[in-house]
Each structure stands twice: as C-alpha cells, then as structure tokens.
Design a binder for this molecule. Sequence first.
Ligand code: SF4
Ligand code: SF4
Length: 417
Amino acid sequence: MADRSGFEGLDACVHCGFCLQACPTFLATGDEADSPRGRIELMRALESGALEPTDPDLRLHLDRCLGCRGCEPVCPSGVAYALGLEAARERLTRAPGVAWPVRAALWALTGAEVSGILYGLARLVRATGLPGILAGRGRVRFAMGMLAATKPDRRIGGWAVSGSRPAAPSPSAHPPIRRTAVLFRGCIMDGLFAHVHAATIRTLAANGYEVREVPGQVCCGALHVHAGLRGEARALARANIAAFGDGDAPIVVNSAGCGAMLKEYGHGEGERGASFAARVKDVTELLAERGPVPGAPLPWRVAYDPPCHLLHAQRVAEPPLKLLAAIPGLDIVQTADAAQCCGSAGLFTLVQPEMSRAVLAPKLEQLRAAAPQVVATGNPGCVMQLGAGLRAADIPAVVRHPVELLDESYRAAGFYG
Ligand code: SF4
Ligand code: SF4
C-alpha cells in the first residue's frame, strides 16, 4: 500500500462535528472551513488532488489552524488530526516553498549560528526594562510585551516572598539524590528562560534527582514541523537521538511544545526514536512521580492555564496540578475554557497576528474576571503570549512557569540554604 505520509490519520473522521466547539478558530470565525471537520475535508481534497496546493482558500484555512490539537481529545473516532496536518503542511510547503518571514524566523530562533546572538541581544534589551514600558496593543508593542514576559522576576504583585519565613518542612521530607535525569535545553528556553531551567534543576534536586547536561543537543524541530519542513525536523530528531544516547535516564523538558515533539520521535525514527520518546518527561510529570515534596506556603491567587501541547498533545493533565498542590496556601482559581488555546502556537502569533489575538481575547476576559495574581503555564510561547496579552489588556497579573512557583516555595522553606 502506498505511503500516505500521515493523511491516513484523517480517515476515521465521520463528520459528527463534536470537535467544532473545541476549536478556537471556529469559535473565532464561525466558518466551517476554520473548523477541524472543514479542514479535514480540505486536507482530503489536497491528498486526492481535487484541490491544488496553491489553492488560496485551502492555504488560508490550513494556515489559520493553530495546530493546538484541541480537536483530538474530544473526537470519538480517534482522528489523528495532527498527523494529517503535518502531511498537508509538508505538501503545501513543497509547492511554493516556505514563506520568507517563516524561514527568517526559524533561522533566527533555532539556527545554531545566529540564535545565540539574537537571544543575547534580546536579553540586553530586556535588561533595560524598556520592553515592559513599551508593551501594549499593536504588533510592535505586543512583541515588546512578549519579550518583557520572559524577564526573570521573583516578585508577584510587587511583593517578593523573601522575608516571610513560614515553618520549614522537616528535613526528612528532603530526599537524598537517588536518580539521574538529563535536561533538554531547547532554543527559546535556553535563550530567554534560563531561570526556568535553573528552577527545574533546583526543584528536581529537592526531589531526589541529579540533573545532568547533555552536549550536542539541538532544537527539537517542532517549529519546523509546523512550517511543513518535516525533512529538516527529522534531521534534528536524529541529532538529538544521537546526542542523548541509549541510556535510560529520563529526559526532562520544561517546554510543552518541545516535549510534545520529542515524544513523537518514535514516528519516523524507528526503534531508537521510540526508546528516546519513552524517556521524555515533562518536568511536572517527573516531580509528580515523587510527590513532589511540599514547600512553604505562598499566599498567591493562581490560575493554571494548561498549554495545548501538554494537555492535548501529551495528555498530561494532573501532574501540573499536583505540583501546585505541593505549595500550601495557593488559592487556585478555575477559569472556564482554560483548556482552549491562547493563540501562541509557535510562530502563529507572529505570522497570523489577527487570528492569534482573536483566539486570545476570550481567555483574557476570563482571566480579568477571575483576577489571579499569577497565571501559571508550562510553555515558553504561552508565557510570552499571555504575558503580552495581560499587559495589553491592563490586567495586573504576571505569568510564571509552575516550576518557578514551586522553586519559590522551596526557597521560602529554606531548602536551598
Ligand atoms: S469529532 Fe472527530 S469524527 Fe467528528 S467531525 Fe471532528 S474529527 Fe471528525
Ligand atoms: S488543531 Fe486547534 S485550531 Fe486546528 S482544527 Fe484542531 S482545534 Fe482547531
């Protein structure tokens, strides 16, 4: 039988429409062609040749898909939407090629030669504090808000934890180091979220893990897959599989987008890809396996916003909540539709700004009503999108990775001396 490259994932669709209300772009436009069911029809027409890859309507509606996979868990037929979308995007990319802004963004954000320089410059600009001052509405000001959201800052609502020293948990709750984990560093996480890596290493150490570095690792390839560059993504996968070797230490990831991609190395990279994928754990999964040990109370009102690539793609729902539950005193607020995409979706926020903001808008209004001091989410794109959105909407909340909150709780408990 001919290799259908992933289009076969769409065969199970029976047009029931259960997925429509889970699709943020359908909710934003009300257009069937912006829904999973509509897009599946377009992709089937692309595969059969009934529509050309250059068809402008086909491209418009497939380009407007976030790839958030919110349609997958609600589908009673088990449609593998993401697999079909990957195949369709590869075919679209082959025809006129990748648009130059996408190619330029990939080069700048993930290219080994230039990304270090770009992130270094971004950190310098960030350190001036100007991005936070200039953040607001409009493309440039929103981008400033995204950069400002990456700034390490331990204050929540202008109040730092240090100084409030609740009773430290008993030292017996602090396990000796017994296991090794290896850290996946990623591109944006390494360039702009080194403080989250540091918090990951500290909190895992407090839970019995020694975290080791792995040289020679590269970008996970997720942005390449979204852009339809499956060949380039596979080359990156092979480089990572070689770099991490055949050991059995868990590969810890603190970016949901990277984690989802790494867990899919089994598709296309054979047995070594499958055993690599089986080792990949989101940091919250690894911490939840050990409890995690509780820290000191933090008196913050927190809304948890699950990243799509953690909840829908990796189906990791409970571990981040377990992590937050290890912090006594947190007031966890629920927002309706927290599971809906924030509109970040890799490069989507840059190349489809109107749709991205339309998808973000209802989430911001729900957060305004819930009035948290902190929005916790475990993906760099979501931290940046939500951080910029909150500033643009004048909502006084900050965005943090859940592991940063646990880290702060452990610091307050005196775990770090
Ligand atoms: S829920 Fe599944 S089967 Fe139903 S229309 Fe959506 S993709 Fe197709
Ligand atoms: S991946 Fe997200 S945006 Fe795309 S069709 Fe599915 S739910 Fe809609």
